[in-house]
Design a protein around this ligand. Sequence first.
Ligand code: HAM
Length: 424
Amino acid sequence: MNSALISAVRGMRDILPEQIGAWQRLEKTAATCFHSYGYRELRTPLVEQLELFTRQIGETTDVVQKEMYRFTDAANGEQVALRPEATVSTVRALLAAGKQRGGTVRVWYGGPMFRHERPQKGRYRQFHQLGAEALGSSDPTLDAEQIIMLARLWQVLGVHDKLRLDINNLGNRRERACHREKLTAYFQKHREALDEDARQRIESNPLRILDSKNPVTLEIAANAPALADELGADSQRHAEQVKEKLTAANVAFNENAHLVRGLDYYNLTVYEWSLADDGRRQNTVCGGGRYDGLAENIGGDAFPGCGFALGMERIIDILPPEAPAALADCFVALTDSGTAATAVADRIAEDCRDRGLAVWRHVGGGNIGKQIKKADTMGIPLVIIIGADEIEGDYITVKRLLDGKQQQTAVNDAAIVSRRLLDA
Ligand code: HAM
């Protein structure tokens, strides 16, 4: 008797061959788009020292407090974590490589991230991000350039109509500290009316209360002291310049004073792209911003930067459908009588591959008619037939399924004829 099938870990999903087309389309389109802005790919490990994330993402954030996959390496007692995001790893990697000494660096990355969240549609425990980071300058040109690059990516992917952009400016550390003090005092005054979650955040992270989902809390938050009132001339100028550049590039945005993001390392520009039809709960598809103090916090030199990450699952969910690509260019059909057909099939398949064709070499027997039907249902446009007559007469038949055109040829010319029939 079979034992019970072991399932995948909750919140972690397989990406099946019939789903991979959309993933590859997104990956390729993004890589091309990022490359056109001077970004080069960086790959960092999936596992990092726990402390890297706890210190940089923020001890009081949900990601660190509730969602991190952390464990002790039994072999050496090291405290490690699966990466919940890749910005801090990127900064760590670039600092370790001494890149802070060489001017502006633009990198992009992609791959799985891990957060122990409650799974639901669009929210997984292993999910995938594509992101980009630019370091070495606090010029608002970089913030704007990344947002414009994303607008271009949405356009090429055909999802631009479905998304809206919210931006905010969090100011510098001193401005935020001032604002935080005022916020804490304000929420203390309204403590009784706040929900439990918000009350717990009054001291630890009052900014997150502005992000609450509770309507009563939100009503109170609406009248809370605004960060905008604390911003000095430099912060205001940075925000204005980003907005001017977006307007010049025809990128529409909504200024949202309540946008705070869920990670602690941000300053100045923050933004999120979300689904314009607000019906769904997991509707943020991409988030980012500036993090000028992160490198110094990690223990490195000053290395101001900004970046973003998009959730691949959430973008794939809104991609316009595309006809699935054919599994191969040609199907090698063969009679199962003896080794002669088998040897010819093997050889022709390799010859075709030499000429750049993708080949599905049939195995498992069955009559030629059935094999041709199978090729048709697989969407393969060409069939190379090695039937009993062909073996007998020392030739092969190439058949184009779209119009039934077929040609007989010597085994040696099978690949050339196939290529010609496909290209015609
Ligand atoms: P984040 O907002 O935490 O930012 O994540 C970015 C995106 O990842 C989200 O907008 C969402 O689309 C996707 N995402 C997050 N959690 C999940 C999940 N559990 N399941 C599915 N998708 C998810 C960051 O990670 C920052 N590192 C972005 C950044 C880069 N900031 C500066 N540079």
